[in-house]
Design a protein around this ligand. Sequence first.
Ligand code: BG6
Length: 487
Amino acid sequence: MDSMTFVLFGGTGDLAKRKIYPALYNLFIEQKMPSSFSIIGLGRRGMSHNDFQESVEESIKEFSRGETTNSFKMVEFIESIRYVQFDATNKEDYKKLLKFVGQREQELNIPENRMFYLSVAPEFFDMIALNIKESGLGSTKGWKRMIIEKPFGHDLISARELNEKLSKAFEEEEIYRIDHYLGKPMVQNLGSLAFTNPILQALWNNKYIANIQITASEIVGVEERAGYYDHTGAIKDMFQNHMLQMLMMTAMHLPKEISAKEVANEKTKVMEALRPLQIEDVATHVIRGQYGPGVLNGENVVGYLHEPGIEETSKNDTFIAARLWIDDDFWYGVPFYIRTGKRMKEKSTRIVVEFKNPLKELYGDQIEDTLPNLLVIEINPNEGMSYVLNSRNPANGKTESIKVDYANDNKDVPEAYELLIHDALRGDSTFFAHWKEVELSWEYVQPILDAFKEQLLPLHSYPSGSYGPEAAHSLLREDGFKWWLDE
Ligand code: BG6
């Protein structure tokens, strides 16, 4: 892997402490970092290199999944870190940074490969990218790449504007848009399941599949993020990005070859085949909810409107369920149901594939009433897979459903951020969101946002600790289905 400089904008922020430094450290101890590298954290405060290094060490000790007791390794890693006081709005600071980066490159005798990681508020994305270009930071003899956090725009127009601006400073191949769901090992595994299992590949279409359900439920509420969340809601916080990315990963067809370009192509095709929603149809296919008070893990919790920082009149959504259709030869007629919400009964990200029962059509009442076959892919917090089949119980002669189960109990799996940063360092963008996918996601979501704005659909209340509003259950019942695994 190429030696490089990792420049972290937002180097004293929460994400940097919790995720980015621990991820870099774990990559380092697993020998997945280049042989020579320099990490430069940027922040507004004045701080010495030493103080900064100490604070990074503390974050690693607190948040790293791996062992942090090897003091020799820790010293070696920490020694690669420097701090630069930096104001993203001040052009002079970019010049100062360029000088510093250049000095470090010379000291370490490493080529001008520069990774810029933007872990800052979204309003700074375009300004930073432009200044990287104008200051000369981006004019390297080696490669330059930019990792950028979500949200990528807040609607279709703003996302397009942002992309337009970023593309003046970076080529699309140089932009790595993080969607941390694409870093979850089981989401990454979705592709491999189809690539490596002919048994699944053969069934992965509308002849055998009745519907697919993608759930990401959370126990946590808005936490301390009222300022961000109250104008974002579940639709922009989760649905537009994570949920649609999981949909693409589930529904994409085998690419010609396994490369970032071909995978992106196949994902784009899924989005292009997605039946667009007209604003007047949104209410038929989308359910919007907001959590009320309730009981979670035996404790009373307040409703959304009584959370700190939330206006009592807020009409923000904390829950979304939707029915989507992919109008291509493989998926025509198969509903995809997506739901995500906060303050739900359990933390679970999972995909349930419900199969049709052609035998039932053939034999009708001659066969007992059996459950449909289900393939359950558990993404988070448990990782695993199970297949629900029917089998005759020799004890009583009855047909019963049985579960063939696989649970990954190896707790030593890399974190999403480790996998993604490692890929970006290697120049592999397979598990990042490419512009076309992001644009098509916003195109799909825009009529939903418009319908919300014009109040064309109700905002259902659901008790904290439940599986969401009743309307989300009716959505499936209308089609003769139900959400599986809700207790
Ligand atoms: C983030 C959202 O992107 O994903 C949060 O902003 C949400 O609101 C989080 O809680 C969920 O991620 P995970 O990995 O815990 O499922």
